[in-house]
Design a protein around this ligand. Sequence first.
Ligand SMILES: Nc1ncnc2c1ncn2[C@@H]1O[C@H](COP(=O)(O)OP(=O)(O)OP(=O)(O)O)[C@@H](O)[C@H]1O
Length: 502
Amino acid sequence: MVSLFLPTSTHLQQNPTNSTWLSVSSSKQNPLTLLPCTRKTWSCNAFQDISTQVELLNNTLHIDETLALFPSIKSGYSQFLNITDDLPEVERWWIVAFGGLSWAYLTARPGVLIGAIDAYILAPLQVGLDNVLGRRNLKRRDFVIGNKIGEGSFGVVYSGAIVPKNVSVEDRVQKRGRQLEIDGRFKEKVILKKVKVGVQGAEECGNYEEWFNYRLSRAAPETCAEFLGSFVADKTSSQFTKGGKWLVWKFEGDRDLGNYMSERNFPLNLESIMFGRVLQGLESVERDALIIKQIMRQIITSLKKIHDTGIVHRDIKPANLVVTRKGEIKIIDFGAAADLRIGKNYTPNRTLLDPDYCPPELYVLPEETPTPPPEPIAALLSPILWLLNSPDLFDMYSAGITLMQMAIPSMRSTAGLKNFNSEIKNVGYDLKKWREVTRSRPDLQILDLDSGRGWDLATKLISERGFLRRGRLSAAAALRHPYFFLGSDQAAAVLSKLKLSK
Ligand SMILES: Nc1ncnc2c1ncn2[C@@H]1O[C@H](COP(=O)(O)OP(=O)(O)OP(=O)(O)O)[C@@H](O)[C@H]1O
């Protein structure tokens, strides 16, 4: 039985094992006493002065015994009694109530308390530690640049490698084609993002991306690519422009989810990566469903952790989900992310979005939301902001589109996705209605398995915000959806890992 100990006279509590009621009394002078009672008699007993310890026939339970199980609570409880010894009972009640409410507020999402600990203790500690270990002193000459692998509005992304100490300067020029991969000396592969120079907003975006990567490297490192740091080029040569900023990550995998989805054999092309082997004894559609479920579980689990820190990614899509060799999904590209605990990278009326994946509301917060106040004040107000606006649901819509794309082959092409987006808009973002009227004849087999659990989840992710800006599942609620019950995908993943480790 779990009890709530209040430094006051009496309250009523039910024993969950046998449903009997207990009258619970405590005060400094009188040790806590539990009396079996009925609901009716409790109100009479409640104000009785219980000065002697009463032996309970069936439910003998003493506060000292119970508190002995929780030593820290016990010492806190007695300290509290000591400190408030001179106070009248009513004031003690107020202190407890105020303390409880403050604790609930400070720990409510997105976590004012944990955010303050991170900002004022963990972040400076990380800087100090990184400086001691030399991690903040990255230099241009530490890296060799390989092929260009992507370009966004604010940055150009290259593959690269860390230059080992024994390699001569001449070798540190750009390596093109497969030169870098076949050169055995460059073992530690990295990804480098060159922040564009002279492009409006690029520098600011690069700084934000760096900030988000450091923040997540402390709060939820397993969700994203390992961030190694940044450097500013000290001279202009080959890809480097003097003064230009570069961000560096560990190379997490050859391909992102978008690359895998563009292949005809998706999702089977991920089967051995996700599960370490071919799933046996299952129909092909069930194998597909299991792989997709495992990917979705990872995406939503990571989103939950990121949202718990107050960060909304705002650009969730297959191209921003790197698949590692161990079958882990890492979220990348935090250039558009916003920290809605302190208002970082949030400007009202400005949205950075990919129209194919962004939700109908377009903005992470209502357009009339004012410019964030200074960070400590914004942080203090953030639980109210989250409660009223649920900004995390922005990413959940994008996760829903990703699920639909994985499960419905015709939606994987750019044209198929655009067609879906225009059809869903025409039916007011009502997925059930879309199913009735779509002309695209989608193959919904995977979503319809297990009495349509996948389909049900999709309908609860792809929807308008609705009343009180809710009406869409949060990451935590999605993980509790029946689609993720009976973790057959989890079991297969664990089994394969056990087999591999033998
Ligand atoms: N840590 C990493 N490991 C492996 N591949 C990565 C990693 N980071 C990025 N990539 C690859 O590089 C591609 C481009 O990266 P990213 O999406 O961060 O930049 P971008 O969108 O081109 O730039 P911008 O931030 O300006 O929009 C990704 O799609 C992915 O394939």
